[in-house]
Design a protein around this ligand. Structure first.
Ligand SMILES: C[S@@+](CC[C@H](N)C(=O)[O-])C[C@H]1O[C@@H](n2cnc3c(N)ncnc32)[C@H](O)[C@@H]1O
Length: 459
């Protein structure tokens, strides 16, 4: 019989053993030991031994936010992990719990924290244990000090994130087909803030990672040399194009700009953002353009939307490959195309499960081969390198965007948008302590720049 303070949580192929007294956890293989009581890993880690408060150091975990006006912690609910991220709830800290929380600094031991808070050691151990227990996970009691960004402090022990629902029309045979999905988009104004935050959308407001520029402005600096014929395919909200054109005008350039998008709703939004530009509802796989007529083609974070086919050996990015063929057809001599997307050079493509529609990551080496076979020059560059994105700049840690949205919902406000917020730009009506700002190498509101590539094609 395992001791009553151990909670056993089967998740997929692993069994997590959670110590309710300390908030510490160990993952064992699911077929695991029949007799946990004699498992050497548990014995070694002190999970089975009685607690000696003098040896324990309480650490604040990274998820909880402190709401000073309520004397409460805002914590993720570990019992469910919906596709949009954890749901959040407040945990009341009675005055003595609050005194203990304030004294926890990751250095003092339980008796020292208790003394500072004016609480008896035995009571401190119970209260801190409640904060460490599985339903709360605000505190970790460890026999050692750990660095402030130690992974155990950023872990919520709970089920893996649930996959988002899929509808039958999103697949035909073994392929993803998103035509009906894009035709029916009716949340154009909020889609990229809430359901599908692209890197370009996250960085559509001026950001320190771009030296104060917007994504579309930096793209203009990298790609536009003269007033040429531009076409943007899959322009989303139109913010990228609007910033691109603002920057072009600022540099004294007046390119023509044609927008092609499958979604009528998004195309209409683009028209609002880019007055004076023309737009066509159309398919990237059959561009309604004559051969050899485009000088600069932009396709930012669209090719993972194009059909991919599941074969016996994995996914194949058939739609993206066909699109490369269309790009080769429409590019004028000397013309350039910029295709960005999440994926990798050579890894197996995989379907994302969190989005509300199936997107498949891109294996770029196949696109490079196709482009070269079609007579184009092809260069694959990490997006951060191409845009000189400063990956040491900061944005709001993804779980805390969820926490901020919980506060919005409670206050009856519209949810905070999916942007690369910094401490200077995040709209923050409530006082909440503990917001975590991470570098662009860590999880923010949109895809990781480190997984996003720019494919440059030239005729
Ligand atoms: C993920 S969004 C990217 C939006 C924007 N470029 C950005 O980076 O934020 C994909 C865009 O491509 C459009 N799109 C998807 N499939 C398409 C297709 N087959 N033909 C044309 N546009 C398509 C969508 O309507 C949407 O505007």
């Amino acid at each position: 019989m395992p001791p009553p303070w151990l909670r056993l949580l089967p998740y997929g192929s692993t069994l997590t053993v959670f110590d309710e007294r300390t908030g510490r956890d160990v993952a064992l293989s699911a077929d695991g030991p029949g007799d946990l009581g004699s498992h050497p890993r548990l014995a070694r880690s002190g999970f089975l031994a009685p607690l000696d408060p003098a040896l324990l150091i309480p650490h604040r975990k990274l998820h909880p936010l402190f709401l000073p006006f309520e004397g409460a912690l805002l914590c993720p609910d570990p019992s469910r992990h919906p596709p949009g991220g954890w749901s959040w709830r407040t945990i009341d800290l009675a005055p003595r719990g609050l005194a203990l929380w304030n004294a926890v600094d990751g250095r003092l031991t339980v008796p020292q924290v208790a003394a500072q808070a004016g609480v008896p050691v035995a009571e401190a151990l119970v209260r801190l244990g409640e904060l460490a227990a599985w339903p709360v996970q605000a505190v970790l009691l460890r026999p050692d000090r750990v660095r402030p960004d130690h992974p155990s402090l950023a872990r919520v022990v709970g089920p893996p994130r649930e996959p988002n629902l899929r509808e039958a029309h999103m697949y035909t045979g073994g392929a993803t087909t998103l035509g009906d999905f894009h035709d029916a988009i009716d949340d154009a104004g909020t889609r990229f803030d809430l359901a599908e935050t692209t890197l370009a959308h996250a960085l559509a407001l001026p950001h320190p990672a771009l030296g104060g520029q917007r994504y579309g402005e930096r793209l203009c600096d990298r790609l536009l040399q003269s007033s040429v014929r531009c076409v943007e395919v899959g322009g989303g909200t139109g913010e990228l194009g609007a910033a691109f054109l603002d920057r072009a005008r600022g540099r004294g350039l007046t390119p023509s700009y044609l927008r092609i998008d499958r979604s009528p709703a998004l195309l209409a939004l683009q028209a609002e953002k880019m007055p004076g530009t023309a737009g066509i509802v159309g398919d990237a796989l059959a561009l309604a353009l004559p051969d050899g007529t485009v000088d600069l083609l932009l396709a930012n974070e669209i090719i993972a939307d194009l059909p991919s086919t599941r074969t016996a050996s994995g996914w194949s990015n058939d739609g993206a490959l066909q699109f490369v063929g269309e790009v080769a057809r429409v590019l004028a001599a000397g013309g350039t195309a910029f295709l960005s997307e999440f994926g990798s050079e050579a890894d197996e493509p995989e379907e994302t499960e969190q989005l509300d529609h199936p997107e498949v990551s891109i294996r770029f080496e196949t696109l490079v081969q196709r482009a070269r076979a079609l007579g184009l020059q092809a260069r694959l560059v990490p997006i951060a390198e191409f845009l000189s994105l400063d990956l040491d700049a900061h944005w709001l840690w993804r779980p805390h965007l969820g926490a901020v949205r919980h506060l919005d919902q409670r206050a009856g406000r519209a949810p905070t948008a999916g942007r690369a917020w910094t401490p200077a730009t995040l709209p923050r009506p409530e006082h909440a302590e503990g917001l975590r700002w991470v570098t662009l190498r860590d999880e923010g509101p949109g895809p990781l720049p480190g997984r996003t590539w720019a494919l440059l094609l030239q005729r």
